[in-house]
Design a protein. Sequence first.
Length: 255
Amino acid sequence: MSLEKWIDVSVYSKLGPITIQEFEDFKRLGYSGVVVGSWHGNSVNIFCYRDLRNALAAGLKIATYIALSPDKPIEYQVQAAYNICCAETPFLWDQLKFVAVDVEIDGITVGEIQTALDKVKELEGKPCIYTAKWFWEGHLGNPTEFSQVPLWSADYDDAESLVFKGKYGGWDSLVGKQYAGTVTLLGIKVDLNVFDTNFTEDLMDKGVISTALNSFLTRTRAISNTVGRYALPGEKDTPELSAKFRGIRKSLLED
């Protein structure tokens, strides 16, 4: 089995979107991909689209996770995640290697998990489940209905392997493991993961990159280079900068 190192990030990782340069630095450290949180229980990650866009432009694989909450309708939460991933173009959703239904908030039910998986499929995403043994057994009663859904499991053993110790939920294997949580790399708070390359691989990874994708990446880099201030953390947007960015974005992203 071939493994890849990934990071995952949230709205709390940094005071602002992560830049292309920062993602390129992660790539130089040996990371192949990033999972960006799009929905955090009760609200979207406002930096999600830019993080996904910049990671893709840096040459990383991308995915997203949706942290489900019992406080809002499940289909609404998945749709909100989809909407923020597609903030400027629905094309970006199609580049996601997977969409993780994140099950770690108390009160979520088996039925709601199924609803979320069904909604991801309806939106033509590739679903998996993110959770942990302690939560799945302690809060859900160790249901086995989802044993055919790929599992990304949290197990903070600091081991870069997919050895599945202490199996649960009827799963026999993992496609990913979060082996360390909330560490600071390059000044950014991230979680550390490994994934099975077979799960994250597709034609794009083998060099068959579409003309549309090449065009999108070229435009993304042009936006970053032309409006460099836009990606800086913590900087206030101004009417002038917003107008300038909207005009440049329109010319670069419209076909």
